[in-house]
Design a protein around this ligand. Structure first.
Ligand SMILES: Cc1ncc(COP(=O)(O)O)c(C=O)c1O
Length: 494
């Protein structure tokens, strides 16, 4: 059942000088609110006493108006629930229902005005691989392994101790205690050169990308993006009015020489060097140095999205690009989504010192900061060692899931697929040697509860690879062989 807000005062303009009696004004206001859909079925209305007090009128006209609304079936009385908007009003009889239905069918079938159309905006409605849970869903963590008890204890502790300061807006850069723990974590685990003063807490990597684009880019600027690359970064740059320059990714990561050939003077490059999205390759040391040199020579910026570097299985973690940048040309972005859970919506940006003021001003104009309570909880979660412990446990679990997936793919599909990028992160990529139509297979797979993200849709130009991005974070080991068999049948059936 849809949840509704209870006991909220609708907008009622009372005019004591008007010839219309007060009870009629109240009756009309409620009736209009119901017909127009500002009040919905089953929504509880204020008690007559409370409404009279809110409006500063005696109870009598309110009682009269409610009596009329009850008699005509707009309101109904429920034992224990007070007076509610009648549930017997069919949605299509109210203006809101009719308008909503019209708008829905319009958005589905009618072309949108050209000014609002952007072919790079992800079509959530029509992309089954981006929706819901299911085997191989990308970006999903092992939810059942999350230390919920520890987390809820910390949440309760911080709720209980809220004071005047915690109720107010916080620092626009984020909670100091969290920025300090994040800085210390990044210096140690990711070899970043950073201080807490450079760290801004944001609502996930997505906000960090949006913020970086607002600070660094103007409409018409060129931006190098990896080909294939991360759709939500492309969507940000495209909606900002930038021109995307796709730069091919090979086994060493972004091909810098090719980028220079395509557009040397690009204003920025968006890269995922630790675990390229989606192919999973790690950028080689020489490419990293070439990229940094290009940025320094051209006065360009590098946006480093280090989204899942906590999990590396074959070797020790690769230091970040930011950590070897001597010229402060890198904006480093990290997220809590992959380590804890995505709905937390917390991440961070490490800002080059000379850009801090611009980032703060831009952020201030965006949303004034992230929820303070969860920043406090996360600061303690990291500071008390739960974060490091959780990462260690998950690294073992994901390594097992990854190995089971690679083994199943070898057994079931053999040389029909090339497996790429399984050394790190929570997804790997399979490249279909027969170049079958990966989008069609993915659409069919969704009805079998398989979330196959087609590789080809991640290209801006013509796709040189067809295949799938397979997430293994939330796919249990026991589920993997069956899911791979389904995948094989789907591929063979094309
Ligand atoms: C390349 C890349 N960057 C970042 C993210 C995480 O985004 P957020 O921190 O906004 O949840 C993802 C999630 O799937 C991703 O694939």
């Amino acid at each position: 059942m849809k949840r509704v807000a209870s006991g909220i005062l609708p907008v009622i303009a009372i005019d004591r000088k008007a010839p219309k009696p007060l009870h009629r004004q109240i009756y009309d206001a409620y009736r209009t609110a119901i017909i127009e859909g500002s009040l919905r079925p089953r929504q509880r209305v204020l008690s007559t006493r409370a409404l009279a007090a809110e409006l500063g009128v005696s109870r009598l006209p309110v009682l009269n108006a409610y009596g009329q609304l009850l008699a005509e079936g707009y309101f109904e009385s429920r034992v224990g629930a007070g007076t509610v908007v009648s549930s017997a009003l069919p949605e299509q009889f109210t203006a809101s229902g009719a308008a909503l239905q019209a708008a829905r069918s319009e958005s589905r079938y009618a072309p949108r005005p050209a000014a609002h159309r952007c072919s790079l905006l992800p079509q959530r409605e029509t992309s089954p691989w981006l929706q819901g849970l299911g085997a191989f869903a990308v970006g999903q963590v092992a939810y059942d392994q999350f230390p919920l008890q520890v987390w809820s204890r910390l949440v309760a502790r911080h709720c209980r101790s809220m004071n005047a300061r915690s109720f107010h807006y916080g620092d626009h850069m984020g909670l100091r205690a969290l920025r300090e723990t994040v800085a210390s974590y990044l210096r140690t685990a990711r070899s970043l050169r950073c201080e807490a003063d450079q760290i801004m807490i944001v609502s996930g990597s997505q906000q960090a990308i949006e913020l970086s684009a607002r600070v660094l880019l103007d409409p018409g600027n060129r931006v190098w993006i990896e080909e294939p690359g991360y759709h939500l970064a492309k969507a940000v740059f495209a909606t900002k009015g930038c021109h995307l320059v796709p730069v091919p990714v090979d086994e060493e990561g972004l091909n810098v020489a090719e980028g220079i050939k395509r557009y040397r003077k690009a204003r920025a490059a968006f890269v995922t060097p630790s675990h390229q999205f989606p192919l999973g390759v790690t950028m080689s040391a020489s490419r990293r140095l070439q990229l940094l040199e290009w940025a320094q020579t051209n006065g360009s910026w590098i946006i480093e999205d280090d989204y899942d570097s906590e999990y590396r299985y074959e070797s020790s973690p690769i230091p970040s690009l930011q950590g070897i940048d001597a010229n402060a040309r890198v904006i480093y972005i990290g997220t809590i989504s992959k380590v804890l859970f995505p709905s937390l919506r917390l991440g961070y940006v490490v800002i080059p010192p000379k850009l801090i003021d611009r980032f703060v001003a831009t952020r201030w104009a965006m949303d004034l900061g992230c929820p303070g309570i969860y920043q406090e909880v996360l600061a303690d979660f990291i500071g008390e060692g739960h974060f490091a412990r959780h990462i260690r446990r998950m690294r073992i679990l994901y390594r097992e899931r990854r190995s089971a997936l690679v083994a199943s793919l070898r057994k079931e599909m053999g040389s029909a697929v090339e497996v790429m990028g399984s050394e790190a992160g929570m997804h790997l990529t399979v490249n279909l040697q027969n170049r079958a139509d990966d989008v069609r297979i993915a659409e069919r797979a969704s009805s079998q509860n398989l979330r196959l993200w087609p590789l080809s849709v991640n290209y801006l130009g013509e796709a040189s690879r067809h295949g799938f991005i397979l997430g293994f974070g939330s796919t249990a080991i026991e589920e993997i062989p069956r899911a791979v068999r389904k995948l094989r049948k789907l591929v063979e059936g094309t």
